[in-house]
Design a protein around this ligand. Structure first.
Ligand SMILES: NC(=O)c1ccc[n+]([C@@H]2O[C@H](COP(=O)([O-])OP(=O)(O)OC[C@H]3O[C@@H](n4cnc5c(N)ncnc54)[C@H](OP(=O)(O)O)[C@@H]3O)[C@@H](O)[C@H]2O)c1
Length: 277
């Protein structure tokens, strides 16, 4: 017997062809034998409201939203989780049966789950974190680190005013460091996180001096193309525990898949392979 309703979900952005989310969700749908579909949709910001109001009528149970629609989606949603409000952007929308759109942000959750899986001995309370970058991803990373109990965050960004805005929003546990001094802020770090796009294929390299990076630091990079960035390479040579950024992409997808399709998926080697294929 075919199912009464085939649940549909997808990812909305522009451009969207590069998104790996269809591979992640497609892999889980096949693995768990769920008769649903997950579709990439190129939607311009001015069309977002119309599309989000229409999709539930076509059988969609929810969507992921990505650049440039993450902030706009928050404004369209009827209900917003605390963490999405704190981050100021949504990446996961649930279309409820009562017609309301529920917005969540799972980026910080995905970041922490990936870090805990890749560096099980990292203890948030054991020392400061050094965060490079103050864009949208940095907001999610900082929110999750503070909630996890990191005592202090050193934050640096090329455009200092963006880092200062994050300090204003997140409070005194965040200390802003000049971009030119970024190498020094690594010296006391228990955790180092690159949230800039530097080091990504097609972008300039991350040229922050890494001489001061202590062997005791755990080092992670949100960039996952390439998987082994220069930051992770140098850190591994120093003996640091390193965690690549692909796992964040996989873990942030878990809550949405569970809400839409009713099964909590496992992030494992097969999930990574599905994306790397
Ligand atoms: N692994 C995952 O699941 C995951 C999730 C989210 C994001 N990411 C990755 O994280 C990165 C940042 O994403 P985002 O959404 O935060 O982007 P964003 O809001 O555009 O922020 C970009 C960040 O990179 C910095 N930057 C860009 N070019 C630079 C340059 N030439 N020199 C110095 N700094 C530079 C920006 O500094 P300024 O403020 O000075 O411009 C800003 O801090 C991207 O590579 C994205 O793919 C990965």
């Amino acid at each position: 017997m075919p199912p009464a309703k085939i649940p549909l979900a997808g990812v909305i952005g522009s451009p969207i062809a590069h998104s790996k989310s269809p591979q992640v969700h497609g892999h889980w749908l096949a693995t768990y034998g769920i008769p649903g579909f997950y579709i990439p949709m190129d939607v311009a910001p001015q069309d977002l409201r119309t599309v989000l109001k229409t999709l539930p009528k076509a059988g969609f149970v929810g969507v992921n939203v990505t650049i440039p629609n993450k902030e706009a989606a928050l404004a369209i949603a009827d209900l917003i989780t605390d963490r999405a409000t704190l981050i100021g952007a949504a990446n996961t929308l649930i279309f409820r049966e009562d017609g309301k759109i529920h917005a969540d942000n799972t980026d910080g959750y995905g970041f922490l789950e990936n870090l805990r899986a890749g560096a099980p001995l990292w203890q948030p309370a054991n020392g400061p974190a050094a965060v490079l970058g103050a864009g949208g991803a940095a907001r999610a990373v900082i929110a999750s680190l503070l909630e996890a109990g990191v005592p202090e965050i050193y934050l640096t960004n090329r455009t200092k005013i963006r880092a200062e805005k994050l300090k204003d929003d997140f409070g005194n546990r965040v200390t802003v460091v000049d971009w030119a001094q970024a190498g020094y802020m690594l010296e006391n770090a228990n955790l180092v996180v690159n949230t800039t796009s530097l080091g990504m294929v097609g972008k300039p390299p991350l040229e922050v001096p890494l001489e001061g990076l202590p062997q005791t630091a755990t080092v992670t990079d949100l960039v996952y193309t390439p998987l082994k960035t220069r930051l992770l390479d140098v850190a591994a040579q120093k003996g640091c525990v390193t965690v690549d950024g692909l796992g964040m992409l996989l873990h942030q997808a878990v809550p949405g898949f569970e809400r839409w399709f009713g099964t909590r998926p496992t992030v494992d080697a097969a999930t990574r392979d599905a994306v790397l294929r």
